[in-house]
Write a protein that binds this ligand. Structure first.
Ligand SMILES: [Ca+2]
Ligand SMILES: [Ca+2]
Ligand SMILES: [Ca+2]
Ligand SMILES: [Ca+2]
Length: 279
């Protein structure tokens, strides 16, 4: 790979991070850049998996959750990373690349170039607990890789996770709870507007599906939504999920056993871009 114009490395709470009452912005106008939240030296093992660090980086809003400890919760702030152009590489562990936690808002916006996004869990437009996480990529042939859980348009516990991809031939390698997935009354939205894309994901809670999980509480009566949209281009979908294909509309039952009425999951693929008169 060519030498990067700028290379930023950190561990946790970096590269566009906002904590309580805080706003953090990383603004980079152009150039081919590398952003790394180190996930090799495990100094900040995450509650989700001790094999990876809590990154809270690259567009991350974070609050203090204490409803099950001392009760003194504090709402999260706003973390934003904006990179205007260039072929960039983003890499993190758990929580990063447009992620919100506990009333926080995190946004990663990349304006162009062929980019690579690599992360583990709660990444690439993901959120947990009354929060919002957004990843927006405007153009270019991009690669998205997430390995463990909750990624690429995934919301958990009354949160919204949103991935917006406006152009280019993109590749998505996704874990469960991805590509438009809601968990525990979260909302996950995935929208790839254009290009010939490839989706690599195992049959799971993905491609427009939701999972409330707990029974016997008010959760059963609240919305849980996963929405997948690919609105242009000829795409490659996983063989194991035959309902997901070009020129198709689909719905998926909730992942709870048996599914609950308020679990909604849907997907749409169209090869020609939608025009207003089609709606
Ligand atoms: Ca750049
Ligand atoms: Ca870029
Ligand atoms: Ca793209
Ligand atoms: Ca695309």
């Amino acid at each position: 790979m060519e030498e990067a114009d700028s290379r930023r490395t950190g561990f946790s709470m970096a590269q566009g991070y906002g904590g309580t009452k805080g706003y953090g912005l990383l603004l980079d106008v152009d150039g081919n850049d590398v952003y790394i939240a180190d996930d090799r030296v495990l100094d900040f093992p995450s509650p989700q998996t001790d094999k990876h660090n809590v990154s809270m980086a690259q567009g991350a809003g974070y609050g203090r959750r204490a409803d099950y400890t001392d009760g003194h919760s504090l709402a999260g702030g706003v973390g934003v990373l904006v990179d205007g152009a260039g072929n960039d590489r983003y890499s993190c562990g758990v929580f990063g690349q447009g992620v919100g936690y506990w009333y926080g808002l995190g946004i990663l916006s990349d304006g162009g170039g062929d980019d690579t996004y690599e992360g583990i869990w709660y990444v690439q437009g993901a959120s947990a607990h009354f929060a919002v996480g957004i990843l927006e990529d405007v153009s270019g042939d991009d690669r998205y890789l997430a390995t463990m859980n909750m990624a690429q348009g995934a919301g958990h516990d009354f949160s919204l996770g949103w991935l917006i991809e406006s152009g280019g031939n993109d590749i998505y390698r996704a874990p469960s709870l991805s590509l438009g997935a809601g968990n525990a009354n979260g909302i996950g939205i995935f929208w790839d507007a254009w290009g010939d894309d490839r989706y690599e994901v195992q049959p799971s809670i993905t491609l427009g599906r939701s999972n409330i999980g707990a029974r016997g509480s008010l959760r059963e009566r609240a919305l849980c939504l996963g929405l997948f949209c690919d609105t242009g281009g000829k795409d490659v979908y996983p063989e194991g999920l035959p309902f997901a294909r070009n020129e198709a509309l689909w719905t998926q039952p909730g992942a709870s056993q048996p599914p609950m009425p308020r679990e909604y999951g849907a997907g749409i693929d169209c090869e020609e871009p939608l025009k207003p008169e089609d709606l």
